[in-house]
Design a protein around this ligand. Sequence first.
Ligand code: UPG
Length: 412
Amino acid sequence: MEKAQLVFIPAPARGHLVSALEAAKLLLTRCHQLSITVLILSHSSISSKVHNYVESRRASSSTISNRLQFIDLPEDETESSSFSSFFERQKLHVKEAVLKITQSESSVDSPQLAGFVVDMFCTTMIDVANEFGVPSYFFFTSGAAFLGFMLYVQKIHDEEKFDPTEFKDSNSELPVPSLVSPFPARVMPSAMLSKVWLPRLLYNARRFGEAKGIIVNTFLELESHAIEYFKMPPVYPIGPILDVASDGRSTHQEIMQWLDDHPPSSVVFLCFGSMGSFGEDQVKEIAYALEHGGHRFLWSLRQTPSSVGLLKSPSDYEDPQQVLPEGFLDRMGGIGKVIGWAPQVAVLAHPAIGGFVSHCGWNSILESIWFGVPIATWPMYAEQQFNAFQMVTELGLAVEIKMDYRNDSGIL
Ligand SMILES: O=c1ccn([C@@H]2O[C@H](COP(=O)(O)OP(=O)(O)O[C@H]3O[C@H](CO)[C@@H](O)[C@H](O)[C@H]3O)[C@@H](O)[C@H]2O)c(=O)[nH]1
């Protein structure tokens, strides 16, 4: 087999990068004739957590394989909350970077460009792949049932003039083919209920059909009904793709030692993903609930960004006491701990953890299943209401706090 080169274009968000980079590594270990170049898209509002994650992966990439390389694209500083215009602007940079790669394919021995692997949000990059005459695969960082849902909504929108935004406060149910259970319209993703965002979702779903295949971070045993539903393009369930190597001890020793002091399965972990945060009133209410509940807890509490913008994410409080009820931390000292960004996989892997209050991001769901920690669902943004429904009703793998909660911080 000739040497081949794939270009990966992940979306620059934690929940998308982790599985894309791990999938790239997996492919390299399976196929020794393959090289992968990962293009890192960059925007000035991307959080340091994302940069740090990429840096740590870049630093360890040479130990994984010299067939994995990263190229940083120029930073975009345009103030805009629109993903679509960001990705459109990035096309030129992607084209220039790929041109350089193809120009270096000088000898017969160099790997030849064989295709693009493009994040589910960057579907517009298929145009660039077409210019180079190579096929595109999409990398879908959520579940197969949700992929099926997107394709279903796009189909009935285009063929039957179905308008999901009319279902905002509806009690209707939809017969979604990638689900066994009827799907309540009230747990549709917020973006699908928004006249502003819906066109972009439909655009992405239409473009999925142009791909040579869709790689999904899922596995047959979890989503057999959904996976068997797909015909064309082919769907490859290559998951669960997780980055579970860290034991958290080198970076978050204090948290891990705190967990060491608690009995097995006794601590509830609360964590709401890379974008999850609550307003101050709600933080206080959660604190009262935890105090009255009396159970041990580890709570990842993060501060809402001061403005809404593309990829702006919460930060850690300098002093969480400023938003918590007076004396809360002192009273909870023995049974509860409030932290900022959590070493989530290490926490879920710890024997002291017995339950997970989660926003139901797909990576968090896969990590909870991997470590056998049951979820109580508290979806907030993106497709998390769909995921919560899937976990509670469709699969019976989680209990419901809410399935239709939506945050009010402006993130869709
Ligand atoms: O304090 C934290 C918070 C998160 N994480 C990690 O960050 C990732 C978060 O991913 P995910 O659970 O999927 O949530 P989001 O960051 O919110 O991911 C976005 O991308 C996912 C994949 O498409 C979608 O399912 C989500 O709804 C969308 O918000 C996971 O690996 C977590 O382990 C931490 O390590 N510490």
